[in-house]
Design a protein around this ligand. Structure first.
Ligand SMILES: CC(C)(COP(=O)(O)OP(=O)(O)OC[C@H]1O[C@@H](n2cnc3c(N)ncnc32)[C@H](O)[C@@H]1OP(=O)(O)O)[C@@H](O)C(=O)NCCC(=O)NCCS
Length: 184
């Protein structure tokens, strides 16, 4: 199967504590709650107000999309923990971008993000056939950088002053992982 076909047929991924399922309209309330998490919005540099209609329109486009894979992270009790995404497909160069956000401060620091990330990265390399997965993390978010390093992402560079937040310039740390890199 081609990369596009693999992405369109996005499977359910399972880890010891989590199930990653296709994100879509069923998760509208969860996604609206996530957008109200001001700390996560700062950490991801997300600005702007999104109406319920806009969010529903976005979620409706995700199932079956052949250029991205959006997973809802759900725990054993069926509780929504956040989302993890492969997007920005560069088909010619077998590359995609990675991003993740757990909803709610209480979800963080328990290894859930790292566990979900490992599953998505393994699927991206081993099943989809990607060669490279990359991401940006703001310099004020060392916890996220640490989580990415535990998955196997390596720091590749730094882009200066990519975000102006509350009057302060923030840098982006650029990280990447190749299919053949160690997976700690
Ligand atoms: C980023 C995120 C996905 C990481 O997932 P997580 O489950 O919280 O991560 P983990 O618990 O596996 O690991 C966090 C690590 O950061 C470390 N850490 C936390 N705060 C830190 C800090 N200020 N400085 C350095 N390390 C820190 C923890 O000690 C832990 O490392 P350890 O396991 O070696 O002790 C999650 O916290 C999240 O969604 N945060 C909010 C949104 C966000 O920041 N998204 C990423 C945008 S790029």
């Amino acid at each position: 199967m081609s990369i596009s076909e693999m992405l369109a047929a996005q499977p359910v991924l399972r880890t010891p504590r989590l199930t990653l399922v296709q994100l879509g309209p069923d998760f509208l309330d969860d996604t609206m709650a996530a957008l109200a998490d001001t700390d996560a919005m700062r950490l991801t540099g997300t600005r702007g107000e999104f109406t319920r209609e806009q969010v529903l329109a976005h979620l409706s486009r995700l199932p079956g999309a052949d250029d991205r894979a959006d997973f809802a992270i759900v725990d054993d009790g069926g509780r929504y923990l956040g989302e993890v995404v492969l997007n920005d497909l560069d088909d010619d160069n077998l590359a995609m971008n990675y991003r993740i956000a757990l909803t709610g401060v209480e979800m963080r620091g328990q290894g859930y993000g790292t566990e979900a990330g490992r599953a998505v990265v393994d699927w991206g390399f081993d099943a989809v056939g990607l060669h490279r997965i990359s991401l940006d993390v703001y310099s004020f978010n060392p916890g996220a950088q640490r989580s990415y390093e535990k998955i196997g992402f390596q720091v590749e560079g730094r882009a200066r002053h990519t975000l102006l937040w509350d009057g302060e310039w923030v840098d982006s740390v650029l990280m990447g992982m190749l299919a053949e890199d160690p997976r700690p």
